[in-house]
Write a protein that binds this ligand. Sequence first.
Ligand SMILES: Cc1ncc(COP(=O)(O)O)c(C=O)c1O
Length: 414
Amino acid sequence: MGVLSALDPEVDAAILAEEKRQKDSVILIASENYTSQAVKEAQGSSFTEKYAEGYPGRRYYSGCEYADVIEILAQNRLKELFGATHANVQPHSGVQANTAVFFAYLKPGDTVLGMRLDHGGHLSHGSPVSFTGQYYNFVSYGVREDTELIDYDQVEDLAKQHHPKIIIAGASAYPRQIDFNKFREIADKVGAILLADVAHYSGLIAAGIYTDPVPHAQIITSTTQKTLRGPRGAFILTDEEHSAAIDKSVFPGAQGGPMMHTIAAKAVCFNEALQPSFKEYQQSVLQNSRAIADELQKIGMRIVSNGTDSHLLLVDVTTLGTTGRDSTKALESVGISVNANTIPFDKLPPMIGSGIRIGTPAITSRGFKEEDSRNIARMIGKVLQNLDNEEVLNSVRSDVMDLTRTFPVPGIDS
Ligand SMILES: Cc1ncc(COP(=O)(O)O)c(C=O)c1O
């Protein structure tokens, strides 16, 4: 029994309410997942208190012998998981990891080539509202209008025209395989470093069911909380040549002391990902997202790029006469959590958006199988076809409640 409820009932009540929300909702946010109880225990451990600036064996604080054990475990497990040469497990988040890469290799005003935000890229790939877009000269590639797949000819043309120092391959809302080999060929032609930001895909990559960037990209960044099912955090993998510059740029360049409790939780997560069951989990993540795409197509919805190779899919909801924003609100009201998203060549402003982004990591962690995913897709269809029909919305709300009761939430119920 914890002490929080007695000592701080306000915080305790909010935590319990959040647990209930997570139990009672079908979470289809592509960037969210449920960690295991073991990850949570490590995250809440006494490493919360420990300062350990530096790296194993080279710390600026005393008393780091167990912090060293944890960080070396995390590094070794991560290298084994991805077959990588060098691993830095200290970045606090995905943006921090990208920041460290930029700080290592760029001066203000230097040119970088990344994916357009409104075609699936990430804010930290040069959006004008991010420091990346203000400090560096970002040039952006996108997807082709006919296929909605990355336009590699455009990537090459822009690379030859602008000579970027870094080319970023990676995205937040791109459902298809990324051809890291092709990106590397282009990067080599113009002498750029290839950075693969696989924040979304790293769990699928670790399980061998998404294209592997390790043989191609000199530097790889990823978050740990998405498909990888770890704590909120990130890591950087590099080849030998870039390891020292990246380590120096993470600390002391871009961060202070590492969050050792989170690194402990990352170590647990990497070990979980090394188990055979993780591959089965990721296969199920993909199967579930393909099942949802297929079922939504049957209902007549348009799936961007006509399907998915990953944990996420983008649905063009304008075919039903609605918007991303209105769809998200209606789905939330019945306990289905998705996010509104722009689709490539969107005619609506970003705050409204023509699409919703759906992801299956969290439901798969709860044990949803293909038929459950099809069932959820049919519920989504019902809601989007009956946005103003309270009777239909009430009946879907009760179906969602029935469904969620049958699936325990890892880290809460077990
Ligand atoms: C491709 C990509 N890079 C970086 C990030 C940033 O990660 P964080 O929110 O941990 O800073 C995200 C998060 O959604 C992402 O999708």
